[in-house]
Structure formats: structure tokens, C-alpha cells
Ligand binder design. Sequence first.
Ligand SMILES: CC(C)(COP(=O)(O)OP(=O)(O)OC[C@H]1O[C@@H](n2cnc3c(N)ncnc32)[C@H](O)[C@@H]1OP(=O)(O)O)[C@@H](O)C(=O)NCCC(=O)NCCS
Length: 231
Amino acid sequence: MRAHELNKVPDQVILWGGTGQAKVVRPILEHYGAKVVAVFDETPGLPSPFPDVPIFRGWNGFLQWKADRKPGTVGFCVAIGNPHGRVRLMLHDRLVAEGLEPLTFAHPTAYIEANAIIGTGTQIMAGAYVGVEASVGMQCIINTKTSIDHEDAIADGVELSPGAVLCGSVKIEINAWVCAGSLVLPRVRIGADAIVGAGSVVTKDVQPGTTVVGVPARPMPGRTGAKAGGA
Ligand SMILES: CC(C)(COP(=O)(O)OP(=O)(O)OC[C@H]1O[C@@H](n2cnc3c(N)ncnc32)[C@H](O)[C@@H]1OP(=O)(O)O)[C@@H](O)C(=O)NCCC(=O)NCCS
């Protein structure tokens, strides 16, 4: 969808994932008029991130919550960061199949060019920029003060962590994770499930499933990317 189509949120929303990302997205959703009515997380014993919102455990907890509630439109945001982009995509399909509405939104201080395309379920945080003719896939997390430049193509389930900068015509494949403060030079391709460690400068293509770090970024010996275990 285009910038003007974002931020249409129903009155009631749920968050899947009960840690830091839930805390980041809640004020944005409330800014657009939604109320967070429940949080879901698999982690045993994890307390709700919010004293005023109940937390439910995993898929069984979700089904129980759904059975007990009154009918009506409910939106959802999967607030789980990478390396778990594929989990966001799986939960997206399951929650849509249960009749919930994916939320696609951007913090009011983010700037998205009119001809950029944003995929369903993607969340864009404060101060982010999405440039001319850029495309961002489904269920991506475009974090605080990231910069996506002209003609970048970002696939589904990608996260750009705070302060990551992509130069123009960069391609990022499914579930890759560009960590905080990294810089990716023009026309570089980052493969599926790859991880670019914090503060790296990526000068060459990154192979799928690898982790690179440093300036210039080099593969981290003995470490795979997100699909085989993650961070
Ligand atoms: C790349 C990364 C995922 C690797 O995690 P890891 O496998 O747990 O790595 P470790 O912490 O065990 O570190 C292994 C070695 O790599 C080094 N290293 C780790 N990350 C590095 C980085 N970004 N740049 C340079 N070196 C790094 C460590 O210093 C350590 O070196 P040593 O063995 O000489 O002590 C992680 O370090 C990273 O960069 N995470 C970023 C997280 C982020 O941006 N989060 C944003 C949330 S909003």
C-alpha cells in the first residue's frame, strides 16, 4: 500500500509478543485511536508489559481469549523482532485465518515517499525514511531512524534495527536482519536469513544464511544467520 493508506486501525487491537517491541508499538497504535486489549506470548511466566492489559499464553491462550470475547473487528501487530521474521509471517497467516486484521502503520514522524510501497503488517517507527520507488515487503520492522533510499527492495519479514542506513538500489531478501547502526552501500544484495551485525559497513553482497560484522563487513567465523538458530 501507499503512504496515504497506512494507519487505518480498528478500535481494538492485540499485540503478539510481550517484550520491548510491544512497548514501542503501543503508543503509535494509540496515537491512531486503537486500544490494546490483549497481549500474547509463548514465554512461560512472562508478565504483561502493561499493567492495564492482560497477557495470554501462546496459541491456546489466543483461542481461549477469542472464544470469550464479543464479536467485532480486532487488529493485530506481531511485535517480535528478528531473527524471528519468519515467525511474524507464520503468525500473520494464522491470525488472518482467524479473522483478525493486520495493522500496517508508521509513526507520525516517519516519512514515506508517495510512490514507495509498504507491505501488509509492516510497522515503521519514529523518524524512519522510506525513499522514492522503494518497496518494503509484508511483516517488516522498519525501526527508529532507519533510512531506506531510492529503489531499495526489501522482502517480507526483514528487520532494519535502529539507525540502519541503506543506500540506493539495495536488495534485502526474506527474513534478513540489518542490525543497529549498519550501513549498506549502493546496489548491494543481502541474502535471505542473513544477519548484518551492529555497526557494520556492507560493501559487497552477503550470502543467504550468513552473519557478517565489521568495517568492511566480513563473515563471522562459525556463525550462521537467522534461519539456523539466530541471535
Ligand atoms: C551480530 C550479532 C547478531 C552476533 O551475536 P552473537 O553471535 O551472540 O555474537 P557474540 O556476542 O557471541 O560475539 C561473538 C564475537 O563477535 C564480536 N561481535 C559481535 N557483534 C559484533 C559486531 N556487530 N561487530 C563486530 N564484532 C562483533 C564479539 O565482540 C565477539 O568477539 P570475541 O569472540 O573476540 O569476544 C550481534 O552481536 C549483533 O550485532 N546484534 C545486534 C542487535 C541489534 O541491533 N539489536 C537491535 C534491537 S532493537
